[in-house]
Design a protein around this ligand. Structure first.
Ligand SMILES: [Fe+2]
Length: 305
């Protein structure tokens, strides 16, 4: 069931990201942020993911338990809070700073749950970079060629619950110096997909590990994309989500800015049908219906509170 995108908490309760986090990302290729969102929002996100991906106690009795013990759910989501998470203003601000451009694109989103490997047939995970499997850009250390992959863990990850392994930039592919992401609930980890990283086995016999992942890249690498969104034009949840965004937010999903020649009166009329409330704010030059102004995109540096 959809939960009404614009009423979601995202935006009012944005991520606690700072210039220091950006500096750490640029220096080490990744940064770990504890208590990234207010507790109420963490709990809301955790509950939303659990609704789509059942915990182990329910999943183990299910006929649809995945053979590899990883439950996958990808964008777009019926629960609009999970779509709105992609356009969290602070997160987008971080990505712009990290990729050194104002023009960024959404690449991909997935929520996963990893389960105990009881009775599973699983291949061993290998350490890899994401070039080749989801990028055509060269696998070097130029930060502009990377993608920012944001992993939010709404629930705690114990050492035996398949913590992700990240090798800090300075250690290259030296897995022995990798960092296992054993983290408290509410931790956000942002890394450049140029880093070597790996899944690790789920050794516990109970419990589960949830993750909420969103990936972004530079807009000037227009040919990139980890599974593209043009197949979603008729998807109800995508249409609701896009209809509720501002023009600036839609740019992250590759829609041209207002004023682009694409936006003829005919195109705008068709877009209004496809994405309800498309021009409700009057951003595309026609008469607006009454709508409250959206919150502005935050820019660094963050205002003092
Ligand atoms: Fe990967």
């Amino acid at each position: 069931m959809a939960d009404g995108g614009e009423h979601s908490s995202i935006g009012r309760q944005s991520a606690a990201l700072t210039e220091e986090h950006v500096a750490q990302f640029l220096d080490r290729g990744y940064v770990v942020v504890g208590d990234a969102y207010p507790e109420a929002l963490r709990a809301e996100l955790a509950a939303a993911v659990r609704r789509d991906l059942p915990p182990w106690e329910q999943a183990q009795a299910s006929a649809s338990l995945p053979d590899d013990r990883v439950g996958r759910d990808q964008f777009p989501y019926a629960q609009q809070i999970l779509n709105r998470f992609i356009v969290d203003p602070q997160l987008l601000g971080f990505v712009r700073r990290a990729l050194q451009t104002d023009h960024i694109h959404f690449r991909y989103a997935h929520n996963w749950v990893r389960y105990p490997l009881v009775g599973a047939t699983v291949k061993a995970s290998s350490v890899h970079r994401d070039h080749g499997n989801n990028s055509l850009l060269p696998p070097n250390d130029d930060v502009r060629y990377g993608q920012v992959s944001c992993w939010y863990f709404p629930e705690a990850v114990a050492d035996d619950q398949a913590p992700m392994l990240i090798v800090p930039k300075e250690y290259g592919a030296d897995v022995a110096r990798g960092v296992r992401l054993v983290v408290p609930a509410g931790t956000l980890m942002l890394f450049n997909t140029q880093l070597w990283h790996s899944a690790t086995p789920f050794r516990a016999t109970t419990g589960q590990r949830y993750s909420i992942t969103r990936i972004y890249g530079r807009a000037d690498h227009y040919w990139e994309g980890v599974g593209f969104i043009t197949s979603l034009g008729s998807n109800q949840y995508f249409r609701e989500f896009i209809g509720g965004l501002t023009a600036t937010e839609r740019g992250v999903f590759r829609f041209p800015p207002p004023g682009h020649p694409y936006y003829t009166p005919e195109a705008l009329a068709a877009l209004e049908v496809q994405y309800p409330s498309w021009n409700a704010r009057g951003e595309y030059g026609l008469v607006a219906t009454e709508q409250p102004d959206p919150p502005p995109l935050s820019r660094f540096p963050l205002p003092a509170e």
